[in-house]
Design a protein around this ligand. Structure first.
Ligand code: G6P
Length: 351
């Protein structure tokens, strides 16, 4: 059943990711030799940036800050001229981002701005020094799905290219195999397609699951999966209008867990042993715990519901973890007879 644009967008992800792996990345020496990165974005784009933050830090060993463009004008962040600004936006038209960049360029005209957008003719492309246009195609539904994956691929490739550039200058700084990282990336389209096929046997049919009677839900992720918890929560809020919150799994135990009560649903992203012991406590309180992880992972059995994904390199698992969250948001919205493609109050971008 492919009766909504959002579901169609979700199903296009294997091809979109393959296309994003195939395009040339116009990265100048000026971009590759940046000493630090500031990534500015809003909404889903900011979540993609927060995932990529882990890649830039661990693979390319480059300091990076990911900032909410909507809050830029309320602060006075210091921007050094050797900083690369990455402006990430599906539409390239988000007013908060354009205003932040205009302000930065006014104060530091020599700063390099690299835009990553999904449409070549956008104000952001004109404002930036260089641009990468993601070949995701038009995303008709308001909730970002395929454009999110497209942004992730481009950011992963930039991180690998930065690592390669750095390793040529000083090999000891980047102790990772660049060819291994590129091989990891190549399997993504197939892994996404297989995971979607398996998931769609159970979800993505527009039918609500038992725990979707709740008005609230919590998503827990650790490390690189924490931004995916935020992104999953955003999808659920945007499409199904449920109060969904994403947390770092550790932080959730420092206060927020007081909201739990019997029947409360919790989605755990790639639980490890440490998270699993917390999940056991939550199950003992009567909560419904839904686990998402690699097929056969030892921390999944015994949870109330489990969604298993293909096994790929850990650094890329976010591409797969987000898939069931997109499908669950679709199901929850459809089961409430909501318009998943055009949620109330929302527009594709805020111009
Ligand atoms: C709006 C949309 C979000 C989107 C955000 C950023 O708030 O409702 O879904 O993620 O804008 O949009 P952009 O086009 O800049 O990525």
């Amino acid at each position: 059943m492919n009766d909504s644009i959002m579901l169609k967008n979700i199903c296009e992800q294997p091809n979109v990711v393959a296309d994003c792996l195939a395009i040339e990345l116009p990265l100048s020496d000026r971009v590759l030799s940046a000493q630090r990165i500031m990534l500015l974005a809003c909404g889903s784009s900011r979540h993609a940036g927060l995932v990529a933050q882990h890649w830039f830090e661990t693979i390319a060993k480059i300091p990076i800050q990911v900032l909410d463009a909507a809050a830029w004008t309320d602060r006075s962040p210091l921007v050094e001229s050797n900083t690369l600004i990455i402006a990430l936006s599906q539409s390239g038209k988000t007013k908060d981002l354009l205003e932040a960049l205009t302000q930065i360029k006014a104060v530091t005209p020599e700063i390099q701005v690299l835009a990553i957008v999904n449409g070549s003719d956008s104000p952001l492309v004109h404002l930036a020094d260089s641009a990468i246009v993601t070949p995701a195609g038009p995303e008709g539904a308001v909730a970002a799905t395929k454009s999110f994956s497209a942004q992730l691929v481009i950011l992963a490739r930039i991180a690998v290219n930065l690592a390669e550039y750095k390793s040529l200058i000083s090999p000891s700084i980047v102790p990772v195999s660049i060819s291994k990282l590129r091989t990891d990336l190549k399997v993504l389209p197939q892994a996404i397609a297989k995971s979607l096929n398996n998931l769609q046997r159970h979800i993505g049919k527009g039918v609500g699951l038992d725990w979707m009677v709740s008005e609230s839900i919590v998503l827990l992720g650790r490390g690189i999966q924490q931004p995916i918890a935020l992104e999953g929560a955003l999808k659920l809020k945007e499409t199904a209008y449920v109060h969904a919150e994403g947390f770092g799994a550790g932080d959730f135990c420092h206060g927020p867990m007081a909201i739990l009560k019997p029947g409360f649903p919790i989605i755990a992203l790639m639980p490890d042993q440490k998270m699993r012991s917390d999940l056991d406590r939550f199950q003992a309180l009567g909560c419904t715990v839904i686990g998402i992880g690699k097929r056969g992972h030892e921390c999944l059995p015994g949870l109330d519901q489990v969604f298993e994904l293909e096994s790929i390199a850990d650094w890329l698992m976010s591409f797969l973890i987000v898939l069931p969250l997109q499908l669950l948001a679709y199901d929850w919205a459809r089961s409430r007879e909501l318009n998943v493609d055009q949620p109330r109050y929302l527009t594709k971008f805020i111009g």
